[in-house]
Ligand binder design. Structure first.
Ligand code: CDP
Ligand code: MG
Length: 663
């Protein structure tokens, strides 16, 4: 293939491996870039990717797959879909898709591109994330969506016929859905030679990209330690000149704590008073997101405290200083204990470099790494482990089955997961009644569970609620569980928060407590003041209402009877058991500190302090999820009768130590 580049532009490196075009570009900004009042068109032309516009269009024209590697902020996500549109790839009613692993990035990028194109979001440019579709099939030509949503679209349209080009963005993140997409898109391409794929990534690891993703060594997990206290001195040590600060912490909890530390009123501290401190994690409302992207007022310094979402998926203008804690929260799954955990883990060198690269995009900046150089050189792993190799794959397996991929172990994975994890997933799906003896989806249960865009255990719980006559309640519970939290963070008022929560507390546990909150919210006429008074997050409740409506529609489509049990909590708890029997735990008889053991794996677990059953310690519980800090904590739990377990999943519990049980 001939090399091709725009005359006068810096020569791009084009590699041709015979099948796909590969483009790497360095990201040198034009010296005049930065803030300013230049037109959008001028701003677009100053982005590093602009020089490669023709090269990219040429590669896409002549190759089925194009791989594009360019630094974060160089314009890949916002510009390439526009170039494709301008070059006619959306003519004739076709659609250009661009996927992102993160919902928040989908929203942010789509609204930016709509603004650049001067169109209303939801028309020519739109986005779709789970439970939120801002597209119009008649007019949307550039569509941003999560990789998970694109996977779901395959269930209805296996060849994704409406798309002319699919850009799988942020491929270096190696999310499960991205990996699944890559495997599936490869298959689709054999049937659709006209389909164009662009795989774009921020990592400059040439070798990894050209061999189309490799596995890397396992990294050891590490006990979490308090990160926030180190952050404050780092931020306050930032001297002139002005410029915003981006801080990388690990999750909502430590971010909220750090925000609180930095906003505590301290009149004598001039430095603190000039800070505008903002959290950044998924689940923020659109309004909260806008604050992050809005320009910093004169004389102020914006401090954005973020998860690794700001590492590559989002670019914030004006960041000059970065504080890197060296940690991120990652999912780890142990197929032996069948426990999946979010664990605070050291980041990789690749991530550390990315984070550093966020500083000084527009003028010289600084990165404060809260770890030693020796640690960086000798101990930090070079690259992270793909999510596929550290997750529970139940959702992934059911999706592949629903797409007609029967030989899961033989699937063309970018990095194959371990057989143990696969087998574990098959076993769980079999127990849920989703797969039959031949590992095929059962009809109708398997197909119905696959159709509901939630994890299979929740979907099964919803299905069961139809038979038990409590689908209205269970759908409310499912909607609440799909939201990060319906409570506002305590902001120093932990006691008041706990008291507010107690008003709603149900003896049966958190799920029934959610129903009480929901009822109160309806009785208040969905009042935001009521939410504020009761430490309930109004935005979250609005989201619950939306998700609930969508789930009701899906349930109706699947023929699930919508019915209320009028608060017969036994059937509600039975429905939860039908989905989550694998998470059953028993209080240790001689435990004085509230220790539970999981019935399956004899894992030690405790009730999370945020649960209404904290310190109540009922004998038998089922948890929704685990969080791991110093211990394994069960979050969102409900009391059960152990007899329901064998009823709900006879094959799952028949060989287990039922002697444990009291009858
Ligand atoms: O995808 P990549 O990281 O290469 O860059 P991008 O997301 O396309 O960002 C290109 C430029 O658009 C950056 O300078 C961003 O600051 C800007 N941008 C923005 O101002 N607001 C957004 N919501 C997204 C991007
Ligand atoms: Mg991007």
């Amino acid at each position: 293939m001939a090399q091709f580049w725009k005359p006068g532009a810096e020569k791009p490196r084009l590699l041709d491996d015979g099948e796909g075009g590969v483009l790497f570009f360095s990201s040198s900004y034009s010296s005049s870039s930065g803030f300013g009042f230049s037109s959008i068109e001028k701003q677009r032309q100053r982005l590093p990717v602009y020089k490669y516009r023709s090269a990219i269009l040429y590669l896409v024209e002549t190759h089925a797959t194009t791989i594009i590697v360019g630094e974060t902020g160089s314009g890949k996500t916002t510009q390439i879909p526009q170039y494709l549109k301008e070059a006619g790839w959306a003519d004739g009613g076709r659609v250009i898709a661009c996927t992102q692993p993160r919902r928040l990035a989908v929203q942010a990028v789509a609204s930016r591109v709509a603004e650049e194109m001067g169109v209303k979001l939801g028309e020519e440019v739109g986005y779709t994330i789970r439970f939120e579709d801002l597209t119009n099939p008649d007019v949307t030509r550039v569509k941003f969506l999560t990789d998970g949503v694109l996977l779901r679209e395959m269930m209805d349209d296996p060849l994704l016929t409406k798309y002319s080009v699919i850009m799988v963005d942020e491929a270096h993140e190696r999310s499960i859905s991205t990996d699944m997409l890559l495997g599936l898109l490869k298959k689709i391409q054999r049937r659709r030679p006209d389909l164009r794929l662009i795989i774009s990534s921020a990592t400059i690891e040439a070798k990894t990209m050209s061999t189309f993703f490799q596995t890397s060594k396992r990294r050891r997990g590490l006990e979490g330690e308090a990160l926030e206290p180190k952050v404050e001195p780092a931020i306050l040590s930032v001297e002139e000149p002005p410029g915003d600060i981006l801080v990388f912490l690990t999750g909502q909890d430590d971010i909220d704590t750090a925000v609180q530390l930095l906003t505590e009123n301290d009149r004598n501290d001039r430095k603190k008073s000039e800070l505008i401190v903002l959290p950044l994690y998924s689940g923020l409302s659109r309004a909260e997101q806008e604050l992050i992207f809005s320009p910093t007022p004169r004389g102020k310094r914006k401090v954005v405290i973020s998860t690794n979402i700001a590492e590559t998926s989002l670019t914030l203008e004006g960041i000059v200083y970065v504080v890197d804690s060296g940690f991120s929260k990652q999912r780890f799954y142990n197929p032996i204990s069948d426990i999946e955990n979010l664990i605070i883990t050291p980041i990789s060198k690749a991530s550390a470099r990315q984070r550093t690269g966020r500083a000084g995009r527009i003028r010289p900046g600084k990165c404060y790494r809260l770890y030693t150089e020796e640690y960086f050189i000798n101990e930090m792993p070079a690259e992270g482990i793909p999510e596929m190799q550290r997750s529970n794959l139940v959702t992934c397996v059911i999706q592949l089955k629903a797409l007609g991929i029967d030989n899961i172990l033989g699937f063309d994975w970018p990095s194959p997961p371990s057989p143990e994890v696969m087998i574990r997933a098959l076993e769980v799906l079999y127990s849920l009644g989703v797969l039959d003896d031949d590992a095929k989806l059962t009809s109708p249960v398997g197909f119905q569970v696959a159709e509901i865009p939630l994890e299979p255990m929740i979907s099964k719980m919803i299905l069961a609620s139809g038979d038990l006559g409590c689908s209205e309640e269970i759908i409310t519970i499912a909607a609440v569980l799909s939201i990060q939290s319906i409570w506002t963070s305590s902001r120093g008022a932990q006691k008041e928060l706990d008291e507010a929560r107690l008003q709603f507390a149900a003896a049966e546990g958190d799920h029934v407590t959610f129903l009480n909150v929901y009822k109160g919210f309806l009785q208040s006429n969905k009042s935001s003041q009521w939410c504020h008074k009761n430490f309930i997050n109004y935005q979250a409740m609005k989201k619950v209402m939306e998700v609930r409506e969508q789930l009701r529609r899906i349930a109706q489509r699947l023929g699930i009877v919508l019915k209320s049990c009028e608060r017969d909590t036994t059937v509600i708890r039975k429905a939860v058991t039908a989905g989550f029997f694998a998470n059953a735990c028993q209080l240790e008889a001689y435990s004085h500190n509230g220790m539970y053991k999981s019935i399956r794996g004899s894992q030690e677990v405790y009730i999370h302090p945020s649960s209404v059953l904290f310190r109540v310690n009922p004998k038998w519980v089922i948890y929704h999820s685990l969080v791991s800090t110093d211990r394994q904590y069960m979050r969102n739990i409900i009391t059960i009768d152990p007899g329901w377990l064998t009823e709900a999943a006879p094959h799952f519990y028949q060989y287990r130590q039922l002697t444990h049980m009291p009858h």
